[in-house]
Each structure stands twice: as structure tokens, then as C-alpha cells.
Design a protein around this ligand. Sequence first.
Ligand code: NAD
Length: 499
Amino acid sequence: MRDIGHWIDGKLVAGTSGRSADVFNPATGEVQARVALASKAELDAAIASAARAQVAWGATNPQKRARVMMALVGLLNRDMDKLAEMLSSEHGKTFPDAKGDIQRGLEVIEFCIGAPQMLKGEFTDSAGPGIDMYSMRQPLGVVAGITPFNFPAMIPLWKMGPALASGNAMILKPSERDPSVPMMIAELCKEAGLPDGILQVVNGDKEAVDGILDSEIVQAVGFVGSTPIAQYIYERAAQTGKRAQCFGGAKNHMIIMPDADMDQAADALVGAGYGAAGERCMAISVAVPVGEGTAEALRERLVPKIEALKVGPWTAGNDVDFGPVVTAAAKANILRLVETGVAQGADLVVDGRDFKLQGYEDGFFVGAHLFDHVTTDMDIYKTEIFGPVLSMVRAKTYDEALQMAIDHEYGNGTAIFTRDGDTARDFANRINIGMVGVNVPIPVPLAYHTFGGWKKSGFGDLNQHGPDGFRFYTRTKTVTARWPSGIRTGGEFNFKAMD
Ligand code: NAD
């Protein structure tokens, strides 16, 4: 059995807490590794060591730090296949999808090569007589990233890129369900020239997370995961005065107008609803066709496409559309929610409940499901299912569809499919959701824009990556400097405006 410890001070170390968690191969249901769960004492030692290392790293010029990012990009590209194989084997997503996971993280590291530009600060010459004013962006010190299972490469890279390039040391606490890829990335950081102690990967569960939250040394925590934990982390981090950005769950609506290209909309829904077995925070889980005619046309196209989806292990390569879900508990939860949909009167048009894959009977596979005639009071509408289950809620008008998305407690992503620019523009302006697609089902912003949801999908200020990533992991200091000409003759007692 492979044992996964921690990455501390530039080395792999074994856990000493005596606690561990099983890491599964979701395709077979077998335990393939054991990951150590850190004690508070192990975490505190990692933080103390990071704080010592950070002093020199914070004083290293930004261009040298950017060169580490540049080297890391090359190494991630070099090891792409190796990383993707490990990622698929622990997460279950298909091999091409695993490469996409790494690629979207790598692009943020590419953006972070621009750290010197992002950290330049501002300068006002002659703000007053003999007075200059300038602001600088300084690292916070030791910061933390706490990440979910569903993007085990992308989200750790989103956190560590701006944090490290800004001169911080980071404690990364990845998901205990698929911890190997973050450990491999840490080794690549060392190979890229990152000094020891600047990235500490501490594997663990609630004990490690609470240790991070209560630490007086850790200055900021970037979290991604489910909403109840996001809210918990946001509140507890505030008790020690930490900066916190905590991204949570989602229920993303796609509105289909009568004038949309129905074939395009159906293809988009199938990819966005069932890709990665629905285990994406930007997955579309609610389709809202406007008008009965639209609903019928969409349903007619969707059903055969969904029935034709191929479900299987990542080792089947490009022949598979989506793989298993991450754990037996996740599978049970999805099937439980499907039962509530049936019990509450939704029309289960595509029923994946009895899905079985020969040779993989113990894997955590869930077949594709489609519900029609879902109403907004049903559990399958209100709850994030995080599985291959799409719900169709029919709306009579555009305003009803818009209001439905506005009223939902989550606000991560949304999309509208239409040929009408005016409707699309109105939707983008009025919707209270952080990321909006127009004829684009999964509008994940590129690395140089920022990523973040509204409402219960995001707590705290500033988004992930892009310029906000640098703002979050730095603080501004503003210096007002006067170099008077001539000798001063007396004190000034009034609060000065610049004259
Ligand atoms: P999760 O909340 O179970 O776990 C996330 C992290 O929190 C993990 O590192 C885990 O170890 C830790 N954690 C779990 N329970 C904890 C507890 N009680 N106390 C302290 N720490 C705890 O989430 P997950 O199942 O790994 O990921 C799926 C969720 O993440 C979904 O809800 C999905 O929508 C969300 N997600 C959101 C985004 C986004 O950007 N908004 C992106 C990806 C995933």
C-alpha cells in the first residue's frame, strides 16, 4: 500500500499523527493509497518553518520569483501525462479531462510570470510641495490554500501561483480524497527553483484546517469547497483577523430562449451537465427552457444524446464521456437525491439508477439522469447534487426564467442561449451571478480575468486568479514622503490637505 505523507521544507516526510484516510480508485472501488492526516503539532511546525523561509523569499526581487513560475510552466508541460494519469486514477475523471484540469491551472502560473507588473504599485510625483506619494504591494507572510477534490491540480495552482509569486509562503491543505497530484506539483516547484519551506503541503482533515484557521501566523486563507464549509471557514478565519476568500457550491442555470439554436443548446447541455460526472462547480445542473415549444424541442434532442453517453474508467481513454464519482458516499448521496426527485413528483425521463459496468461492479459509477417538470420547491432543484443529474424546469417567459436564477441561493455560474443580443445583454446586466455565459455553457474565465461566484457561492472579497489573485495575497502600503528644501521653521498642527 502506498503511503502519502506531507511535503515539508522541500522533502517528502511521513505523517506522525497515527491517523490516515483511504484514497480510492473510484473506477474499481479499491483502496490504492493511504494519506496521512496531520496533527495540529505537525501543522504548527510546518507553519513555523514556512514563516522562517518566507523572510528571504519575500525580499527576493519579483523578477526572480517570476522565473520560478516560468520554469514551473515548463515542468508542468513536461509531466502533463504523468500528472493526468495520477489525477484520473484518484479522482476518476477521464484522461483528456484530467489534462484540462492541469492546463487551466498551468495557465494561471503563466499569468503569474507577470508578477513584476502586477506588484509594481503606484506613484504620484509632487502630490504636494516637495511631497511624493507611492503605494507598494507587499506579501502577507504565511498564507494558506484549502482545496476541494474536484480539481486537484487546477485549484491548488490557482492558489499557489499568485501567493508564491507575490512573495508569500503557502500552507496548502489539499483534499484528502485525491492528494497525490498536489504533492507531485510541490516536487516540481522545488525543481523549478522554489526555496524549501515556501510551499508546504500538509495533508489532513478538519484538525489541520482548524489549526490553519486558528494560527496567529497565517495571514490569509483561500478556500474552495462546499458552501457549509466555506461559510464555516470564513467565519472562523475572521476570529483571528485573517483575510479570507471562500468559494462554495453551485446550482448553475442555463436558460434556453425560443430563438436559440436547439442543436447547439442540447450539445452544450450534455457536455456541461454530464462532463466530469457533474462534479464541477461550473456544471449546468438546471436547464430552463422558455416556452412549452422550446421545452419539447430541447427534450426531444436531449434524450437520445444523454442515453448515448458512455460511462467508464479513465483507462478507456477517449472512448469515455465521463467516469465514476469520487467516493461511495458521493454515489449514495446522488442516488438518494434522485429518489427524492421521483418521490416529489418530477418526471425521470432518463433513469440511470440501475447503471452497472461489467468488470467494474464495485466502482463508484452513476448513470446519467434527466428530470423534466421539476419545480422550484423540490430538493433536486434546491440542492447541489454534484453528480450526472440534469433537471429541466420549464418557464413560461424570459422574466420567469431570469427571476428563477436570481432567486436561487447559489450564484456561481449561469448561461443563456439565444440569438437575440438584446435579451443576452439584459440577462448579463440583471442577473446576480458571478460568471455569465452567452451561448457558452461553462463560462470559466481565463487566467487573466478573475473567477468567483456571488451569493452562497462565495464569501469574502476579491476573486480567484487574474489581478484579484495578486490583490488577495498582498497588502497595500502607502508612503507619503516629503523632502523639504530649506530649513523647517516650526511644527504643523492641522491635519493637512495637499496644497
Ligand atoms: P468539501 O467542502 O467537502 O472539502 C473542501 C476542503 O475542506 C477539503 O480540503 C476538506 O478536507 C476540507 N473540509 C471538509 N470538511 C471540513 C470540515 N468539517 N472542517 C474543516 N475542513 C473541512 O468539498 P469537496 O467535496 O472536496 O468539493 C466539492 C465542493 O466544492 C462542491 O460543493 C463544489 O461546488 C465546490 N467547488 C466550488 C468551486 C468554486 O469555485 N466555487 C470550485 C470547485 C468546487
